[in-house]
Design a binder for this molecule. Structure first.
Ligand SMILES: [Zn+2]
Ligand SMILES: [Zn+2]
Length: 621
């Protein structure tokens, strides 16, 4: 058999640190009777293995096909060693680091099955522990201050591990080996409950108290992974109260259901959708309502956003005496400001909305809203890519320069590139709000610092009034680097190409609300031909006037009037003042130049107004 012995040097790139990769390798190597060593590097990990050729092949195939659940393997390079080293056993060598850090880290993920069974086992030392986690689950992105991903650089640095936790952390055979947020009842964070006016504080049974209040129809602010949620039961009087307090008239709320079976009471769920709901990222998945006419107080649409619990606190709430099976769960923020994530901030800002607060002292360092997506053909289509996905990079074929791309102003996010990685930020919000704009700038700084990116180039939307473009212009001046302005729909074409791995020029049919076009009008239903570098517009739908400019985005009756005016007709809207209607009609018939638009969203809005579905809308999407 000795002639079958060989040696291999293996490089693994991707997210392999802080995800239980080395214990995984250790177990596998033992199982397959291999010898050698492993160590972390800047790009991931490298190892040398000696043993039976077929065992090494089996190792590589398991690594490729069945890696630890939070690992993201970009590539595995393996090379035969010309001389076979004489290794005795298997060792973990200390990490090597050089100047250019490209180490990646994992998003926050849902509590894993192993942790859940401990959470609910009365004999386990972490029974009912609201911060249970391990190498395969728990907070990451939202608790990291800087890299490398070590406890001392996270918000867990304030909680030194007790002896028991430390021995788990140091034992390669343990599933909490190098789990940086590892903790227990004795050494971990604490949870408490208080009324919004601070008159009553309950630290004995905070979760049970929250459950009984939720049942009784109170609105409870619950601290989550990337910020606070406002939670309440589904009864219409409770939901109406939440809408009034949050000044949110129509926008649908998301549901958190105990499990898939419960979610099926409200929605039709395909296997692919169920898979996404149960995935470690636990996004909000838009699902078709079983009965369109039902639950109108939660969502007036035919679909409803549903997610499953993902933090130990949420699991404990749903498990508490089996009292609650579904809750409204909405981001705790005030009209377009960033999600509330600090305790003091919650006490101050949410006191007029929430009746009570479920708080804890593990600090959230980076905000991160829930992700929202739709499933189509087994793939995820994001409406909002945030918790559970960020900061996983989008991997490009070719290496790219270090670029900061600033994106749009509403539903803002940004993207930073380095090497083959595009780091798209979490959802940040509408930059017209000063707090959100500040948060946007802070997050750019945070991403640049953790991924060690110093932009050599800036890109922004061509729109002259976007605050994101304004930020980019200031940065370009301050850092003395070039700024490229990109047409909105060209950016859509290019990002869709990148998403689908297309490199050749292609045709792109782009339908959206609106984006600044070459003629200065708001485009939105365009047929383009082009690639990453440039584009040509081949066609678009007929443009209509937007009387009142941006006012027509919410006052959609204006678009209805504009459409009819084009064909020399008119209509009256019973729920809009006569004065306003005649002013808009006069504007449409005057010689003044009005902004025009060809947005598919605007077309739908105008038609909705003409069909008498509604004259005004308060949100988009
Ligand atoms: Zn776990
Ligand atoms: Zn402990």
């Amino acid at each position: 058999m000795t002639e079958n012995i060989s040696g291999r040097r293996i490089e693994v790139a991707g997210i392999v640190q802080g995800v239980g990769f080395r214990p995984f390798v250790h177990r596998l190597v033992k199982e397959l009777g291999l010898r050698g060593w492993v160590r972390n590097t800047n790009f991931g990990a490298e190892l040398e293995l000696v043993g039976q050729e077929e065992s090494i092949e089996a190792f590589l195939s398991k690594l490729q096909n069945n890696p630890p659940s939070l690992a993201l393997i970009e590539f595995i390079k393996s090379e035969k060693l010309s001389e076979i080293p004489n290794y005795e056993g298997f060792e973990i060598h200390s990490s090597i680091k050089s100047d250019s850090i490209t180490a990646l880290f994992s998003p926050d993920t849902c509590t894993c099955d192993d942790c859940l069974s401990e959470l609910f086992s009365s004999s386990d030392r972490r029974h009912d522990f609201p911060f249970i986690n391990c190498t395969n689950c728990g907070p990451r992105f939202t608790i990291i201050k800087s890299l490398p991903y070590d406890r001392q650089y996270t918000s867990m640095s304030e909680f030194p591990m007790c002896d028991k936790c430390l021995s788990e952390f140091s034992d390669i055979e343990n599933r909490r080996y190098h789990a940086q947020p590892n903790c227990c009842h004795d050494c971990g964070p604490a949870i408490w409950y208080k009324s919004a006016d601070c008159s009553e504080i309950n630290s004995h049974e905070p979760i049970l108290k929250a459950v009984s209040d939720l049942k009784a129809g109170k609105i409870v602010a619950i601290k989550g992974l990337g910020g606070f949620h406002l939670a309440c039961n589904l009864k219409s009087e409770t939901v109406i109260r939440l809408r009034e307090r949050k000044h949110r008239d129509e926008k649908p709320f998301a549901l958190m259901c105990r499990d898939i079976e419960t979610a099926k009471k409200y929605c039709i769920i395909s296997e692919a959708e169920a898979k996404l709901l149960k995935s470690p990222a636990r996004p909000i998945v838009l699902l078709r309502k079983k009965d369109k006419a039902k639950y109108m107080h939660i969502s007036e649409n035919s679909s409803i956003g549903v997610m499953l619990p993902y933090t130990p606190i949420q699991f404990l709430i749903f498990a508490a005496e089996n009292e609650i099976d579904s809750l409204i769960m909405t981001s705790a923020n005030l009209s377009d400001t960033p999600i509330v994530h600090k305790n003091e901030e919650a006490e101050k800002k949410l006191s007029g909305i929430a009746d009570t607060l479920l708080l804890h002292n593990r600090e959230i360092l980076t905000i991160c809203d829930d992700s929202v997506l739709r499933e189509y053909g087994g793939r995820e289509y994001f409406l909002r890519r945030s918790r559970g996905y960020v900061p996983h990079p989008i991997i490009t074929e070719k290496s790219v320069n270090q670029i900061l791309a600033c994106g749009v102003e509403q539903k803002a996010s940004f993207c930073l590139s380095k090497g083959n990685h595009l780091f798209q930020s979490q959802h940040i919000g509408d930059l017209k709000n000063i707090e959100t704009l500040n948060c946007y700038a802070e997050q750019i700084e945070h991403f640049e610092s953790i991924f060690e990116i110093k932009p050599r180039l800036l890109a922004c939307d061509m729109h002259p009034d976007y605050l994101s473009s304004d930020y980019a212009a200031k940065r370009a001046k301050q850092d003395n680097i070039p700024l490229y302005k990109v047409y909105h729909h060209h950016a859509h074409l290019a990002s869709c190409m990148a998403d689908n791995g297309i490199v050749e020029d292609c045709l792109g049919l782009i339908w959206d609300g609106s984006g600044y076009g070459e003629d200065g009008n708001a485009w939105g239903s365009e047929l383009l031909i082009g690639g990453y570098r440039d584009f040509k517009r081949l066609a678009g739908i007929r443009q209509i006037s937007m009387p009142g400019g941006d006012k027509a985005v919410k006052g959609i009756w204006r678009l209805g009037l504009s459409m009819l005016n084009e064909i020399g007709s008119a209509i009256e809207f019973s729920d809009v003042s006569e004065f306003e209607q005649s002013a808009v009609s006069a504007l449409l018939n005057s010689s003044s130049r009005l902004n025009k638009c060809s947005g598919m969203g605007r077309l739908f809005d105008g038609v909705a107004a003409l069909l008498n579905i509604k004259s005004n809308c308060s949100y988009e999407g």
